[in-house]
Ligand binder design. Structure first.
Ligand code: PAF
Length: 291
């Protein structure tokens, strides 16, 4: 199987390396030519449990012909401008809401596989990633796309993978959890686990997740389990992880706040649902970005 992994961030590097180690032909795609050249030359290093492994996936600036699968792990704000080949299934495991809709516009819903991953990784520096915690990767066809080849490739690479027939639900669950964890870790400059140790902050995280779940319910998504518990378990499982949003803030990069809290706010407004905490948190992270 030939797989193109889009985005040389923490998760893109992790997925590219693990897929390559399992014998899949991997192209890691980085739109920045200078960085792509350096990554191709130096390889990608993944640190895990005190060991470091270097792999040399092919790094290119665009997706070559003949791919069987494209995995999108770019930042949510760049989804709309991706250049994707015709006829190839595209799997998004990106953060936030709105990525699927953008991909459906680009390639048609019948080619889109969508979901979320709970793998936690930190980009230590360009091409060097720490795999902090393993977690489930859940996805399914947005409409009719067959997810089995992608599931088999990822399972062979050692990922815990599940196919769902409700990918929208999976994306909303992850977005609700992220809306609690990511902005608070970014604003407070703490790893995920510390959110649980500060009583008021833990309560605020719970309130943010509840607000997001209410917005999800206006779109018909109902959860038969507590998303607050999912968020707290995620903080525990990824206690040492520096959330992607905090990694962005520390690197003075644009964050994914628009695709997480921003999108939740916009959808709440459409449903005339007040989400006061989400609004304040959104405004504070926007302030942090614009400092
Ligand atoms: O975006 C992230 O960093 C992660 O998906 C998670 C688990 C929400 C926080 O580390």
């Amino acid at each position: 199987m030939k797989v193109a992994v889009l985005g040389p961030g923490a998760l893109g590097c992790l997925f590219a390396v693990k897929l390559r180690q399992s014998g899949t032909k991997v192209h890691l795609i980085d739109h920045r030519e200078d960085r792509a050249r350096r990554l191709e030359k130096n390889g990608i290093t993944v640190e895990m449990n005190g060991t470091a492994e270097v792999e040399h996936p092919t790094v290119a600036t665009s997706i070559p012909a003949g791919m069987d699968l494209v995995i999108v792990l770019t930042k949510a704000y760049s989804t709309g401008s991706l250049r994707l080949p015709p006829e190839v299934p595209v799997l998004t495991l990106q953060n936030g809401l709105g990525n699927v809709e953008s991909l459906c516009t680009l390639v048609g819903s019948a080619r889109v596989l969508a979901g979320a991953t709970s793998e936690a990784a930190t980009l230590l520096e360009e091409g060097r990633v720490r795999h902090v915690a393993s977690g489930k990767t859940v996805f399914g066809g947005w409409t009719s796309c067959d997810g089995e080849p992608a599931r088999a490739a990822l399972a062979a690479a050692g990922f815990t993978v599940e196919i769902t027939d409700a990918p929208g639900q999976t994306i909303w669950e992850k977005a609700a959890v992220s809306s609690g964890i990511n902005p608070l870790t970014a604003l407070l400059d703490v790893p995920n686990g510390l959110l649980l140790q500060m009583v008021e902050v833990r309560q605020l995280m719970r309130d943010l997740v509840v607000e997001a779940a209410k917005v999800a319910s206006t779109e018909g998504y109902r959860f038969d389990h507590s998303l607050v518990e999912v968020a707290e378990s995620m903080c525990m499982a990824t206690a040492e992880n520096i959330s992607s949003m905090l990694q962005d803030v520390r690197a003075s990069k644009r964050t994914e706040i628009e695709a997480i809290s921003g999108e939740i706010l916009r959808r709440a407004t459409l449903a005339s649902l007040p989400t006061p905490r989400t609004r304040v948190i959104y405004q504070l992270v926007r302030g942090l970005e614009n400092r």
